[in-house]
Design a protein around this ligand. Sequence first.
Ligand code: SF4
Ligand code: SF4
Length: 336
Amino acid sequence: MVCLSKITFKRNSVHNKVMINKHREKKEFSKRLKEKAINEGFTISGIALIPGSSRLKLRTNALERWLSNNYHGEMKWMEADRRKNISSLLEGAKSVLSVGFTYISSQNKEEKTLKVGKFSQGDDYHKVIYKKLKNIGKWINLEIPDCKWKICVDTSPLLEKAWAEESGLGWIGKNSNLINKKHGSWFTLGFMILTEELVPDKPQQSLCGKCERCIVECPTKAIVQPFVIQSDLCIAYHTIESRKKTIPKKIEKNLNGWVAGCDICQDVCPWNKSAPVNNTFENTPKEWIKNLNVDSLSWDDKTWKENLKGTTLKRIKPWMWRRNIKANLKNQKINI
Ligand code: SF4
Ligand code: SF4
């Protein structure tokens, strides 16, 4: 007579073995995927599962509050509802690969004359990150042909920093940047949404502690409370995003040379003090940026367009550059 309990036991044990092997394969592939990202030139990589933990819900609520306070100013695209729902970006989405690309170079322009944010001195990071992620996608096609994937770099409505935090890349600092313990915050983020279920990384805890340097050092007091930037008080917003004809007086008198972006709240962050640079060709600052001075006021639109080609700075139209430089000229504290 056949013993039913023995058969059930055997079936369970076979089932458990299959499950264990599947988990091992998933773990192995997740590890290789993150290694592939590093080999492609990313500084950090991590994985999160969709829909994410309760932390994502908190971040989504924080975004709602920020929007309802109108702290996003003219950046109406931030209101897109799809920004809050990652699943709507790819049918059957199960995991997210998050990557960070270090953009600081030892050649970054640091002079105290006309200043340009470090993130934009080299090649357009959207293209740099997209190309690297596409190479990863091609590799996935060979490894797991059934897996579908979608690349998101700034242009897709996704809560970027929250997903990077969820993937274990770092924590969102009080200056609202994503900070990594080893690499600081000098990196831009990219994402790949996948239909394959992977093994997630653990989210990092915040290490800002009692530090408030970014809040104290912001010249326009734009960090109105920890993690909350009021855009219409922020130099980066006024020099890059705002399409207003003039820069408000209270911002203008604090420009201190900034014509495109502002790095102050990152420069003062202790986690950036010993962050390694990434001297790749993509990060090499453009010559015209290194030499940017008040003479650029005489450039015509064509010259500006030529110079801006291939950089993220093309977002700032020639008339906005002139507006920003002229606003700095009114500031007697600097030598331009
Ligand atoms: S970018 Fe500059 S102005 Fe904006 S919050 Fe940071 S320090 Fe303040
Ligand atoms: S300066 Fe201090 S508070 Fe601000 S992000 Fe860095 S560690 Fe956090």
